[in-house]
Design a protein around this ligand. Structure first.
Ligand SMILES: Nc1ncnc2c1ncn2[C@@H]1O[C@H](COP(=O)(O)OP(=O)(O)OP(=O)(O)O)[C@@H](O)[C@H]1O
Ligand SMILES: [Mg+2]
Length: 334
């Protein structure tokens, strides 16, 4: 592989919700929300990452705040280039040479979508970009013996997609990608609050409800209490506050959760029986920010009758895996 000489190479997890940059020899140097703020009139970049996220849903019409990725793929190429350029300049302390990058993408993306990621990275200043399967990177980052013959299984729960794979000898045996992921859960919570409470809340507050009191188990959710959110009362049309219960949040996300359970089952069904037998012994590992959803590990274990583990620092697993791939060069480049 043609890695940059004398230049520290880089692993990039360009996520729908968060972008992480792993700098060779240093580790994860960037972990920021994938947001870009632009001047609406001139298109000029005004802020990137958490600074841009703070403006989200609060911006005046003169500023547009964009999430350049939707459902795991680039939806705004220029904004993606701007985001990568900025994060790379921070990672390299403004001394970006021409590094080689490896970038994880969801398993279900098309060739055109893959090329868009590569193009974005090259336009942002890298010499060459290798695209790898995100689930393999997640499994490596979670410390699974991905390159051995016995099978292992990973479920990477992101904001845009949930990517599932059974893996042996460094390759996916069976895989699934579903968009019933973190963003879909936020939408479901927002809709539920609208219908049940006649109350309009922001996407950001729906996400806070999910992270603070969300759970995959409706019964167990009753003990998680409630959270007060601000929004607009649709009856009076006035700003107000409401207590939203954990049980309502769990009911709202029950449908996306059950889609994830079905996708896990289907992936197991499509896998070689020998690998499934290994997975029954070794268990399923959860990565991605969504792995933090309360009781999700238990609900998956009860449904598919396989032990389930949450990776340490699950949200960093893909970036750590890309870093490990840079180090070991055990790459199957495409
Ligand atoms: N405690 C929690 N409970 C439920 N969801 C959580 C929790 N913490 C984080 N999340 C969710 O994890 C998601 C972000 O995870 P991650 O950073 O892995 O996604 P991403 O890599 O940006 O997305 P994708 O891989 O789909 O492109 C968000 O939807 C966030 O709300
Ligand atoms: Mg991800």
């Amino acid at each position: 592989m043609a890695f940059g000489f004398g230049q520290k190479n880089v692993g990039i997890d360009l996520g729908t919700s968060n972008t992480l940059v792993f700098l060779e020899g240093s580790g994860i140097v960037i972990n920021e929300p994938s947001f870009v703020a632009k001047d609406t009139a001139t298109g000029e970049l005004m802020a990137v990452g958490s600074a841009a996220q703070r403006m989200f849903e609060k911006n005046p019409p003169t500023i547009s705040v964009i999430r350049p990725l939707r459902k795991g793929v680039i939806s705004d190429l220029d904004a993606s280039i701007g985001l990568l350029k900025y994060f790379l300049s921070v990672a390299y302390n403004n001394r970006l040479g021409r590094p080689t990058a490896i970038i994880g993408v969801p398993s279900g993306v098309t060739e055109v979508e893959r090329r868009a990621v590569k193009q974005a990275a090259i336009s942002a200043g890298v010499r060459d970009a290798y695209i790898v399967d995100e689930t393999i990177a997640a499994a490596v980052g979670a410390g699974l013996p991905v390159y051995d013959a016995p099978g292992c299984m990973v479920v990477d729960l992101g904001a845009g997609t949930v990517d599932i794979a059974t893996i042996s000898l460094g390759k996916a045996n069976a895989s699934r990608s579903t968009t019933f992921a973190g963003d879909a859960m936020n939408e479901a919570i927002k809709d539920m609050v609208l219908q049940r409470y006649n109350f309009r809340i922001s996407e950001g507050d729906a996400q806070i409800l999910k992270e603070e009191i969300g759970s995959a188990d409706v019964k167990a959710s009753k003990q998680l209490g409630s959270v007060t959110v601000k929004g607009i009362d649709l009856i009076s049309g006035l700003p107000a506050q409401r207590d939203v219960t954990a049980e309502d949040v769990a009911l709202a996300i029950a449908s996306p959760v059950s889609h994830v359970l079905t996708a896990i089952q289907s992936t197991l069904e499509e896998s070689l029986p020998e690998l499934v037998s290994d997975i029954i012994d070794r268990g399923i590992t959860l990565t991605g920010g969504g792995a933090n959803l309360r009781y999700l590990d238990r609900v998956i274990a009860d449904t598919v009758h396989v032990p389930v583990f949450v990776a340490p620092d699950p949200q960093e697993a893909v970036a750590k895996g890309l870093g490990e791939m840079l180090r070991s060069s055990q790459l199957q480049f495409k």
